[in-house]
Design a binder for this molecule. Structure first.
Ligand SMILES: NC(=O)c1ccc[n+]([C@@H]2O[C@H](COP(=O)([O-])OP(=O)(O)OC[C@H]3O[C@@H](n4cnc5c(N)ncnc54)[C@H](O)[C@@H]3O)[C@@H](O)[C@H]2O)c1
Length: 343
């Protein structure tokens, strides 16, 4: 049995971490903590576990082997490094950290303490994305030359557990806006699906829509448009937006030398391949999660399996660092109006 603690009892903890740990036969939730004491107490009662008075007390509990970090972005690196230093394995939510230095320090802390660090990039685990990866590796559409991927919804005010005080819009707590919330998923997904690293970025990232109660724009970006160049020469686009007030968009199209692969563009068939010679292959695998329709992410099952078998996670801090480099390069590109190369 793997004994876990959860820091942060908001929406992502309540919709994924808590129920998925509770449903995993090899995991037991030993305790929770949240700066909102009432929320932490109610969560502890619901899951029949202990409510810690501080995250330091949770980390000091010797029975806890692994910790989920489900708090606001700006706290991820401090909590993760503290947990790793206390000898815990850590599953940290995205975005890994709010600067490249923070992310590098998190990876170094995992190595130094000989503990696993996994980042919750659940998009890699959907059945459609897993199948797409398998088919792409077999060359089902030949060599990928270009791609387009996008993630758009109406914004985190329609998601967070505290809609009256949206920390996602607060520069100090969130640091980045839609790029860290949604763009990061698709930036990571493109590298996962193609097996290629992003080597250069040209981006425009800014605030086009969301306003504070006083009418001024929020302090973080709400729209991101990135052109990603991959190390093999393929080039494609990644767009992320919080100003999509219709149905959520969460789709990817890959254009190869032998055909085109469509992921989550068709409500009935989540994966479609259209070959050069006219052949059409359809897969009905799953539907992508939306804010209103949460399905099991599979992240916790993968995480517990790694801990049980003492196998390093595929979505390790080290692996996700490559996606974070692209995210920070995109922000630099938008700020400087230049194309940024990633070393
Ligand atoms: N993997 C995904 O698809 C996905 C989806 C949504 C959110 N997230 C990430 O999960 C994290 C949490 O987001 P959320 O949607 O649950 O937000 P939320 O606003 O619903 O909840 C955040 C919770 O964290 C608590 N909190 C904040 N700072 C804390 C601290 N220092 N110590 C303890 N508790 C603290 C708040 O009181 C609140 O209960 C964010 O980093 C977000 O980017 C990931």
């Amino acid at each position: 049995m793997i004994h876990v603690g959860i820091i942060g009892c908001g929406k992502i903890a309540q919709s994924r971490h808590l129920p998925e740990y509770a449903a995993n036969k090899d995991a037991v939730i030993d305790g929770v903590y949240d700066i909102n004491t009432k929320r932490a107490e109610e969560t502890a009662e619901l899951y029949n576990t202990k409510c810690f008075a501080s995250w330091k007390q949770l980390l000091a509990d010797p029975s806890i082997e692994a910790v989920s970090i489900c708090t606001a972005n700006s706290t991820h690196s401090t909590l993760t490094i503290s947990a790793l230093s206390a000898g815990k394995h850590v599953l940290c939510e995205k975005p890994m950290g709010i600067t490249l230095e923070e992310c590098e320090n998190m990876v170094a802390a995992a190595k130094r303490n000989n503990r696993f660090l996994m980042i919750g990039h659940n998009q890699r685990l959907t059945r459609t994305h897993q199948k797409a990866k398998e088919l792409l590796c077999k060359g089902s559409i030949g060599e990928i030359r270009t791609f387009s991927t996008s993630f758009r919804h109406s914004g985190p005010e329609n998601w967070t557990i505290d809609p009256g005080q949206v920390w996602f819009f607060d520069k100090e707590k969130a640091s980045m806006g839609v790029m860290a919330d949604l763009g990061i998923h698709k930036t990571d997904l493109i590298q996962f699906l193609t097996g290629q690293r992003i080597s250069q970025v040209t981006a425009q990232i800014g605030t086009l829509d969301k306003r504070k109660p006083d009418g001024s724009y929020i302090e973080v970006d709400d729209n991101a448009f990135c052109i990603y160049g991959l190390e093999n020469g393929a080039v494609g686009t990644m767009t992320a937006s919080w100003s999509c007030y219709g149905p959520e968009e969460n789709a990817t199209v890959l254009y190869g030398t032998e055909g085109v692969m469509y992921l989550y563009t068709n409500p009935a068939c989540s994966l479609i391949i259209e070959k050069k010679d006219g052949e059409r292959i359809l897969y009905e695998l799953d539907q992508i999660q939306t804010n209103d329709s949460q399905t099991r992410s599979g992240v916790i099952d993968v995480w517990i399996e790694c801990l049980k078998r003492n196998n390093p996670p595929a979505m390790s801090g080290e692996e996700i660092l490559h996606s974070m480099r692209a995210v920070f390069a995109a922000i630099e590109s938008a700020e400087t109006g230049t194309t940024v190369k990633i070393r």
